[in-house]
Design a binder for this molecule. Structure first.
Ligand SMILES: [Zn+2]
Length: 315
């Protein structure tokens, strides 16, 4: 059994309606010493598959023997989560660009500051759960400081960010208050789920993946399940539709190959039925990472697709 479960509710400010702004953290303390592992979700409020997975994981973990301590942060940004919105509605800021935050800044910066001090600074390892929204669905895992931890989740596609030509910048993300502060921290970012489909299978995969990662970290007993055949891409491109309208998907499922010349999808006008845009895949040898599962209405520049480049990839 878990020795003790504490519901931590550190308050960091007061809302205009008089309610307390608090963090919602569950602390599961094991019988034996070991690392402190955090599991966080809904830093983006419209990616709630991870929050569902943490609820299910809690139901499993509360009756298990633990070595060390687990801090569950099921909803990192409650105000955004409550309205199914990527940004905090109070100031329209992206929490995952505001770390390390500012105790005297605007609301999202205060939230980021509280999360840094009361959550991230206390951890030896963190698993951060992201997903698609109720539009696109996504399936890959970032490799940051511990490749084994990332692989242990069991997803087929992994992404090793490089400061190469894609020039992706991670300023203000959780990286700022984890491995940038303490390089020895073991962290990973999971991207799994989303789309207008039952999230149950994604939630189950997330729970199974996290249990395997907790075995890898030595927090729960049992042998680590070897991952399936995996591919590590160093180049991952997000493709947004230029135009708004019906986005009609034409791509193969996530994890499948897409060859140069194939279309990811097309945008069709809901009004005059004309095809406004055809969206080609960017690589000769690509692998699907994010896509839409159904005909969705998109605005110009919404999230569309992500494709990994298999040229230059590793196993
Ligand atoms: Zn996200």
């Amino acid at each position: 059994m878990v020795k003790q479960i504490n519901k931590l509710r550190p308050k960091f400010t007061t809302h205009a309606d008089g309610s307390d702004a608090v963090l919602f953290i569950h602390e599961l303390v094991g019988e034996q010493d070991g690392p402190t592992v955090g599991i966080s979700a809904s830093i983006h409020g419209n990616e709630n598959a991870g929050s569902q997975a943490i609820l299910e994981l809690y139901r499993v973990l509360k009756d298990m023997p633990l070595k060390g301590r687990i801090l569950l942060l099921p909803v990192a940004n409650p105000k955004a989560f409550a309205v199914n919105h990527r940004f905090t509605p109070l100031d329209e800021l992206n929490l995952n660009r505001e770390f390390p935050g500012d105790d005297r800044g605007n609301y999202t910066q205060q939230l980021a500051f509280a999360l840094a001090g009361d959550y991230f600074d206390k951890l030896d390892a963190n698993i951060d759960l992201h997903s698609g929204t109720d539009r696109p669905t996504v399936d890959y895992v970032y490799i940051w400081s511990d490749e084994g931890l990332s692989r242990a989740f069991g997803s087929k596609i992994l992404y090793r960010p490089t400061t190469g030509k894609t020039g992706t910048v991670y300023t203000g993300t959780t990286k700022t208050v984890t491995i940038d502060r303490r390089p020895e921290m073991r962290v990973t970012t999971i991207e799994l789920g989303g789309g207008i489909v039952d999230q149950g299978p994604y939630v189950k995969r997330t729970v199974d993946g996290m249990l395997n990662q907790l075995r890898y970290l030595g927090v729960i007993a049992g042998d680590v399940v070897a991952p399936p055949r995996q591919v590590v891409v160093g180049e991952l491109v997000g493709i947004r539709p230029k135009h708004g309208g019906w986005l009609e998907p034409l791509s193969p499922p996530n994890g499948e190959i897409i060859k140069g010349g194939q279309l990811l999808g097309r945008v069709v006008s809901p009004y005059d039925f004309e095809t406004i845009e055809e969206i080609p895949t960017p690589f000769e040898n690509g692998i699907m990472v994010m896509q839409h599962l159904s005909r969705n209405l998109v605005e110009a520049g919404d999230y569309g697709f992500m494709v990994g480049n298999l040229d230059g990839s590793e196993q």
